[in-house]
Ligand binder design. Structure first.
Ligand code: ASP
Length: 412
């Protein structure tokens, strides 16, 4: 791609977003009728996730030279994910305590309540249940069903082991590695092509979702009714995304923050419009490796893992939402309970899949851990589609910053 292509694409995407907001906001019916264009874009992204994760993990681990290097790389990555997620949760908690958006006596809509019970059915609801689901989910029973259900974590684990073993079986292993290098290059070339449809796809997704919400006149009352809560989540996300992560990127990652943000603009706007870190992964990889030039050796490992387990925005939102629910029910949480909120929100962020509104489901764990009423989720349901977009954007930004930082640490 030529050097001014990203700028042209960025302008086109901004235009797409603006048009999407106007169409969906002013004429919701038209917004809904063009939503299929966005769905096509989303499906095209999703279809690349499985081959991309498998090939990039295999190529990534085999390019480490010595498979033992995976240990330090993995440890740094996990520590980075945990530290930034922990910081995000604490910011959210402090802000929700300071702003205190919840007031006791807020009513719950019966329709929302029914919706919540339906969504939460058969989902792990305790910390040990979630840990059990995460741990048993690490190993796929059947590779094809894992692929068919886009269960990314077991695919990552399988590909890591597979890639590591390929380096130990000589010439035949090298042959297979070269095959996956070819697959990886081909998928990335397809991502390059797909990027040019992003302005239409992103615009149509936004127009469609605003249309479903009833345009500006439908969305505005939703935002106002939960205004203080939504503002708390958004301010906390902004502090993390615009202050904390850039400081880390500048001082530890040694990257120019504006340049990195500009190169990631397509991925970040896609995260906002799709509410899915997994669907955005192909574009995140394209931006970090091809546009910005972070070493593919690190990014191929950090980004797929990050899209699955590193969710700064989601974990932060879980803490804010849980505290908001407590405040709305007039329940005072003790200091020890708040520590439990921090720990379980971090875990719930790790456990949430990179798909739309996954965080809403894992929040049950936070609520249960401190004995808050589960039906409190109904209080925040109506605005969740919008906050999901905001937190997914921060999730993806956190992964990208992680790739730069880990790469810098690896150089040392
Ligand atoms: N939609 C988020 C993501 O894909 C997860 C969530 O918070 O619901 O990153």
């Amino acid at each position: 791609m030529s050097t001014n292509s990203p700028n042209k694409l960025l302008i086109a995407i901004l235009l797409g977003i603006t048009l999407g907001i106007i169409i969906g906001g002013v004429t919701p019916d038209i917004g809904v009728s063009i939503q299929f264009l966005g769905e096509l874009f989303l499906k095209a992204l999703f279809v690349m996730v499985v081959p991309l994760v498998i090939s990039s993990m295999i190529v990534g681990v085999s390019s480490l030279g010595d498979v033992r290097q995976l240990g330090p790389l993995g440890t740094r990555t996990v520590l980075f994910f945990m530290a930034t997620t922990g910081i995000a949760v604490v910011i959210g908690l402090l802000l929700v305590l300071a702003i205190h958006p919840g007031t006791p006596g807020t009513g719950i809509d019966a329709g929302d309540l029914a919706n919540v019970s339906e969504r939460l059915e058969n989902k792990p609801a305790t910390v040990s249940g979630l840990l059990h689901t995460i741990l048993t989910g690490l190993v796929p029973k059947n590779l094809f069903s894992a692929m068919a259900n886009a269960e990314v974590l077991p695919l990552i684990i399988f590909s890591l082991v597979f890639g590591g073993v390929l380096t130990t079986i000589g010439e035949r292993g090298q042959f297979v590695i070269r095959f996956f290098e070819g697959v990886n290059d081909a998928i990335m070339a397809m991502v390059h092509l797909l990027m040019w449809t992003a302005p239409v796809g992103i615009g149509a997704l936004i127009a469609g979702r605003l249309g479903v919400a009833g345009g500006f006149s439908g969305f505005w009352p939703q935002l106002v009714s939960l205004g203080a809560y939504a503002a708390t989540v958004i301010i906390a996300l902004l502090i993390h995304a615009l202050i904390v992560l850039p400081l880390i990127l500048h001082f530890i990652g040694k990257q120019s923050v504006p340049k990195y943000a500009r190169n990631l603009s397509t991925a970040l706007t896609t995260a906002f419009s799709t509410s899915s870190s997994s669907a955005t992964l192909p574009l995140t990889m394209e931006a970090v490796i091809d546009e910005h030039g972070i070493s593919s050796r690190t990014a191929r490992f950090v980004l797929p893992l990050g899209a699955t387990v590193n969710m700064n925005g989601t974990a932060m939102y879980e803490a804010v939402a849980a505290m908001f629910i407590a405040q709305s029910y007039g329940i005072e949480l003790s200091f020890a309970q708040m520590i439990i909120v921090v720990l379980t929100a971090t875990l719930a962020g790790i456990g949430a899949a990179g798909i739309p509104e996954a965080g809403l489901v894992t929040m049950v764990i936070v609520l249960k851990a401190v004995g808050l009423p589960l039906e409190g989720v109904a209080l925040i349901l109506v605005i969740d589609w919008f906050l999901d977009r905001c937190r997914t954007t921060v999730n993806v930004w956190g992964d990208a910053v992680g790739a730069a930082v880990i790469d810098e640490l690896e150089k040392k």
